[in-house]
Design a protein around this ligand. Structure first.
Ligand SMILES: Nc1nc2c(ncn2[C@@H]2O[C@H](COP(=O)(O)OP(=O)(O)OP(=O)(O)O)[C@@H](O)[C@H]2O)c(=O)[nH]1
Ligand SMILES: [Mg+2]
Length: 324
C-alpha cells in the first residue's frame, strides 16, 4: 500500500520479542496490546508459534512479533520452536531481547547468543519481572549491559519493567513510538494479528491443558481444529450462536488420553468450559465447543502434525517419522 493511501503522518515499526522461555515475552505483549491475546502460563515453552500482533498509539502502529523461548534443543519439535524464534527476528526494525531479572542475567545473554546462532540487528534489552527484585533500578545494569554488548554488539539501550504491575512500560512505549519511522500501517483495517481466530482457539484450549494438567503431559499435548463453522453474516441456527467448533486434543500415549478426559469426563469438561470463555470473548458471541482426545503416538515427530500446528521443518531438522 502506498503511503498516500493513508494519513500522511502515519508511522510504523515492526519489533520482535525474543528471549529464553518463561521470561515474560507474551505477558509484555499482552500488556502492550491491552488484552489477553497471547497465551501466558507459568510453564516454560508455552508459546509455540511466532505471530504478529499490533497496537497503535495516535498515528503510530507498533507490530510485535511474539516468539517461542529459545532453548537448547535436540528433539525435532524443539528445533522447530527455536526456528520459529529465529524467523521472528527476520526483517524486523528492532529486536526486544527480554532478560528475566529473577534469574541469572549474564547467562541469559550468552545462552541466547549461542542458541540464536545469528547476528541480531538493532536490539534493546528489556529486563523483566522487576517487581520480583527489591531495588531493581539500583542494580548495576549499565555495567551488565556493557558486558552484554561484548556478546551481542547490536544492543543499544535497556529498560527495566514489570508487565505484571505495569511499572515503567510507558517508557518502552514512548521509545518504540519515537523509533517508528514514517510509513504506511501494515494493519490499517483494524486486524490485530496475522493469525486467524482458529489459531487463537487452539491456543486457548492448549492454555487450559497447560494449566490444568500435570507433569510432562502439557508438553505432549497439541490441539488441532477439525471443524469450524462461522455463522457471522449468515443465517444462524440459534440467534446468538457465532461459531460451532470441533477440536481434537492430541496426546502421545493412551494413559494420557485417560488423564485428559478425567474421571467421568471432568477434566475435558473443565478444559472446555474455561477455554470457551476466552474463545467467546475473542469472537464476541456464543460458541459451541466440542472437544475430544485422540492418541497420536509421537505426534511431535510427525511432520504432518507439526506442519498442521504451524511448525514447518527447521534448518537443522532431522528426517522425521511420517505416517503412511
Ligand atoms: N512477577 C512477575 N511475573 C511475570 C512478569 N511477566 C511475566 N510473568 C510471569 O512469568 C510466567 C511466564 O510468562 P510468559 O509471558 O508466558 O513468558 P514467555 O516468555 O512468553 O514464555 P514462553 O512462551 O514459554 O517462552 C507467567 O507465570 C507470568 O505470569 C512480571 O513482570 N512479573
Ligand atoms: Mg510466550
Amino acid at each position: 500500500m502506498l503511503l498516500t493511501d493513508q494519513h500522511p503522518l502515519n508511522k510504523s515499526i515492526v519489533v520482535s520479542v525474543l528471549g529464553a522461555p518463561n521470561v515474560g515475552k507474551s505477558s509484555l505483549i499482552n500488556y502492550l496490546l491491552g488484552m489477553d491475546l497471547s497465551v501466558v502460563t507459568a510453564r516454560p515453552q508455552t508459546t509455540r508459534n511466532k505471530f504478529n500482533c499490533v497496537f497503535t498509539v495516535d498515528r503510530t502502529e507498533v507490530v510485535l512479533v511474539d516468539t517461542p523461548g529459545l532453548h537448547r534443543a535436540s528433539h525435532e519439535f524443539n528445533k522447530r520452536l527455536n526456528d520459529q524464534a529465529r524467523e521472528g527476528a527476520d526483517g524486523v526494525d528492532l529486536n526486544l531481547l527480554l532478560i528475566d531479572l529473577s534469574r541469572e542475567v549474564m547467562k541469559q545473554f550468552t545462552e541466547f547468543k549461542e542458541i540464536f546462532r545469528r547476528d541480531l540487528s538493532k536490539t534493546w534489552v528489556v529486563f523483566t519481572k522487576s517487581d520480583l527484585i527489591e531495588g531493581a533500578e539500583s542494580l548495576p545494569l549499565k555495567e551488565i549491559i556493557e558486558q552484554a554488548k561484548l556478546v551481542i554488539p547490536s544492543i543499544q539501550k535497556y529498560f527495566v519493567l514489570s508487565s505484571l504491575k505495569g511499572e515503567n512500560v510507558h517508557h518502552l512505549i514512548g521509545a518504540l513510538c519515537d523509533a517508528a519511522t514514517p510509513g504506511a500501517h501494515l494493519y490499517p483495517g483494524g486486524d490485530i494479528s496475522d493469525k486467524n481466530e482458529r489459531f487463537f482457539v487452539t491456543e486457548y484450549i492448549r492454555q487450559q491443558a497447560f494449566e490444568l494438567l500435570r507433569d510432562e503431559i502439557p508438553y505432549e499435548v497439541a490441539v488441532v481444529i477439525e471443524e469450524y463453522k462461522d455463522y457471522r453474516g449468515k443465517e444462524v441456527p440459534e440467534s446468538k450462536l457465532v461459531s460451532e467448533i470441533s477440536a481434537c486434543i492430541l496426546v502421545n500415549r493412551p494413559s494420557q488420553r485417560a488423564i485428559v478426559i478425567g474421571s467421568q469426563g471432568v477434566m475435558i469438561k473443565e478444559i472446555g468450559v474455561r477455554s470457551r470463555k476466552k474463545i467467546e470473548a475473542l469472537v464476541g458471541g456464543q460458541v459451541h465447543l466440542n472437544l475430544h482426545v485422540k492418541v497420536s503416538p509421537k505426534w511431535f515427530n510427525n511432520n504432518f502434525v507439526l506442519e498442521e500446528i504451524g511448525l514447518p521443518r527447521a534448518q537443522d531438522s532431522r528426517r522425521v517419522w511420517r505416517k503412511k
